[in-house]
Design a protein around this ligand. Sequence first.
Ligand SMILES: O=c1ccn([C@H]2C[C@H](O)[C@@H](CO)O2)c(=O)[nH]1
Ligand SMILES: [Zn+2]
Length: 152
Amino acid sequence: MENFKILNFNLLNPIVQNLIKEAAEVRKKAYCTYSHFAVGAAILAEGGDKVYTGCNIENVAYSPTICAERSAVPKAVEDGHLKFEMVAVVANSDGSYTAPCGVCRQTLAEFRGSNGDIDIYLSKPEMDQVLVTKLSQLLPLSFVSFNKDVDF
Ligand SMILES: O=c1ccn([C@H]2C[C@H](O)[C@@H](CO)O2)c(=O)[nH]1
Ligand SMILES: [Zn+2]
């Protein structure tokens, strides 16, 4: 299977279009005073209709910085959602797509949907062409469980 597809925004289903729009909207709230790189993310959970959004929030000490994706996750979980169906990320890396960092990929893997995966949509703020992929393509062979009964 290919890693990703690039699709025209207009051809995506309205639920996905709305998710991307929400990510683009919350991106405007990014607190990115150090990197000046604004990111917005939006999560749709399985069986849910509410969209949970997040932006990146940076810090003078740098390491407390939280990515947009991980600032959206607690909102979904606090609302009782542990299985995510789709996630949209909107940013602008030199006119290209911004994919979730490794930490965010692992964080999202914890909340994979019942199909064992999450649909991922990456868009630029212009929302013209959208990169469509899956978490399993971004984080193959992921660490998602362990056996607590094994002696250490
Ligand atoms: O997928 C990504 C990639 C980067 N960032 C943020 C972290 C930091 O604030 C800034 C620069 O890395 O962008 C995100 O929020 N999500
Ligand atoms: Zn991240």
